[in-house]
Ligand binder design. Structure first.
Ligand code: TRP
Length: 330
């Protein structure tokens, strides 16, 4: 089986956009791949400086993925920071990474551009963590002999950089030293509409969090913005945010029924929202219960992650050893 690797940034408050856009598609990988998942907590250090917040984000994200169905017996699930080999490999890869390559990285370029617009020093506010982010990410990937890295379009450049860096090493020492990863660009993932109709995103403040209590979930759904059509008027399911969300949580039979009720007239937006709440809660209630149980026992959660690190470290050590031998360090 080929190896897939998914890196999860520990940003808090998972929402249903993450659930359909990232978590579910990533968990599908276990069917086809020897799948590995890790929490990219050192990447988070570039931006998150509140220790209590970072700690709770890491646990929340780990618990969220486990609650959503990640089976730590079947896959390898670990924290990046539990694998010191990540940093050994990062240092070695640095020697093969052109500075010019890093200058072209989108995130760094955007920061420089923003500074230029403000008339600031080009590198104001840029730390080396941001500048070398692609090398750390290349190490994450290469360390675990990843064949495939499923990513959104925004991350493709990072994978290309990982390829460049791995190829530079192999070009020097022979093709067998590092595996060159491929990006699997996720094109067909659902874009989930938010409460205001725009794409659901934390930055728009329009999300439905995955693990809110039932009452609050209902309240949020009731807040979805609608037009001012009366109860009697027939309504168009295709252009309705409520219906778009409903589709994610319902069977095709249910969708046909609700579409018919839309078109007949006589159903108000309040009723449509009740129907939506019913199916959302049906799917999320068990996930929420599992999440609450997992997060209530952080010692057990930490043990799961520690056991994942135990499985991951020999793989990482073997990669580092291959590289060190090839380079004449061992
Ligand atoms: N950069 C990725 C993101 O912003 C997270 C990430 C870090 C990652 N290391 C990775 C993803 C390795 C895939 C493989 O989402």
């Amino acid at each position: 089986m080929k190896i897939s690797l998914t890196g999860i940034k520990p940003t808090g408050n998972l929402h249903i956009g993450n659930y359909f856009g990232a978590i579910k598609p990533a968990l599908e990988l276990t069917r086809e791949y020897d799948a590995r998942y890790f929490i990219a907590d050192y990447h988070a250090l570039n931006t998150m400086r509140d220790p209590a917040e970072l700690k709770s984000c890491i646990r929340e994200v780990a618990a969220g993925w486990l609650a959503a169905g990640l089976d730590p017996e079947k896959v390898i699930f670990y924290r990046q920071s539990s694998i010191p080999e990540v940093f050994e490999l990062t240092t070695m890869l640095m020697a093969f990474t052109a500075k010019g390559l890093m200058n072209r990285a989108h995130a760094y370029k955007a920061a420089v551009q923003e500074n230029a617009e403000k008339g600031d020093d080009p590198d104001a506010g840029v730390n080396m963590g941001l500048f070398t982010y692609p090398v750390l990410m290349a190490a994450d990937i290469i360390l675990f002999d990843s064949d495939v890295v499923p990513v959104g379009k925004d991350q493709v450049q990072h994978i290309e950089m990982a390829q460049d860096i791995a190829q530079a090493v192999n070009h020097t020492y022979g093709e067998e030293v590092l595996k060159v990863p491929q990006a699997a660009v996720q094109e067909d993932v659902a874009v989930v509409p938010g409460l205001d109709g725009r794409k659901m995103s934390k930055s728009y403040n329009n999300t439905i969090p995955l693990f809110v209590p039932e009452k609050q979930l209902r309240k949020l759904i009731m807040r979805i913005v609608t037009n001012s059509q009366t109860v009697e008027e027939p309504k168009d399911p295709v252009s309705s945010q409520i219906f778009l969300l409903y589709k994610l949580f319902s069977t095709s039979g249910e969708q046909r029924d609700l579409a018919a009720r839309y078109r007949e007239g006589g159903m108000g937006w309040g009723d449509a929202k009740e129907e939506l709440f019913r199916v959302v809660n049906r799917e999320l209630a068990p996930v929420r219960d599992r999440f609450n149980n997992i997060i209530a026992d952080t010692a057990a959660l930490d043990r799961v992650l520690a056991a994942g690190a135990e499985k991951a470290r020999p793989i990482a050590a073997a990669t580092v050893k291959r590289f060190r031998k090839a380079a004449g360090i061992e």
